[in-house]
Ligand binder design. Structure first.
Ligand code: E4P
Length: 218
């Protein structure tokens, strides 16, 4: 399973990259705004900086909601760096844009996916990634991880090449559950990723080992 970090914060991206387990980055307009990145040129430069920090795919989201606008914007984003994946929302013109870009050989990430039917359309349009938002589904008392399982099963049944990128991950347990149902990729905040490290028995076990070593070796 690939690990992406879901942030536009450069320090957090560097920290995840330093861990040696990072496969890519996802961003969205809200995450860029959170970092105070505004203005087209600053946004483009920020994407380029992220691409220089990490080795894998970096999702950059279009703002347009019409086909022509998405194509124009997507081409500009893709030209910034070979690692850019064009992130496109799951709307009618978005599906057309994904089809267009997949035929041209560009990587795409179909975002804001909340149903199995939407995931089916994304795969048929040739999306590289489909992003079911599991936390936001859980927020409305639906079952986000169950949707990931259904999409994985359907894609395996039909042999679709689209990778299931579980998004809107809120905590460590979400990552574990996504691994159990066979997600290809998770994108998560740094806190959820480093949360996987933690276990009280590891901490107490290490404390004992070090104390025993000290007893004999001073
Ligand atoms: C995915 O690519 C999105 O950037 C992200 O996971 C959305 O998560 P949120 O529901 O925490 O905003």
């Amino acid at each position: 399973m690939k690990f992406f970090i879901d942030t536009a914060n450069l320090e957090q991206i560097k920290e995840a990259q330093d861990l040696g387990i990072l496969d890519g980055v996802t961003t969205n307009p809200s995450l860029m705004a959170k970092e105070g990145i505004k203005g087209d040129e600053n946004i483009k430069n920020h994407y380029k900086t992220i691409c220089e920090i990490v080795e894998g795919d970096v999702s950059a989201e279009v703002i347009s909601t019409d086909f022509k606008g998405m194509i124009k914007e997507g081409e500009i984003l893709a030209a910034l760096h070979p690692q850019i994946t064009i992130k496109i929302p799951m709307i009618k013109d978005g599906i057309k844009a994904i089809k267009y870009f997949s035929e041209k050989g560009f990587n795409t990430n179909c975002t804001l996916v909340f149903s199995i039917g939407q995931a089916l359309l994304a795969a048929k349009a040739g999306a590289t990634y489909v992003s079911p938002f599991i936390g936001r589904l859980d927020d409305i008392s639906a079952n986000g991880v169950e949707l990931v399982r259904q999409i994985v099963d359907m894609y395996n049944y039909y042999g679709y090449g689209t990778q299931v990128l579980a998004a809107s991950i809120r905590h460590t347990q979400h990552i574990i559950q996504c691994a159990e149902v066979g997600a290809d990729v998770i994108t998560a905040p740094l806190s959820a990723i480093v949360g996987l490290l933690k276990h009280p028995l590891t901490d107490s076990g290490l404390k004992t080992f070090l104390a025993d070593y000290k007893k004999l070796n001073g």
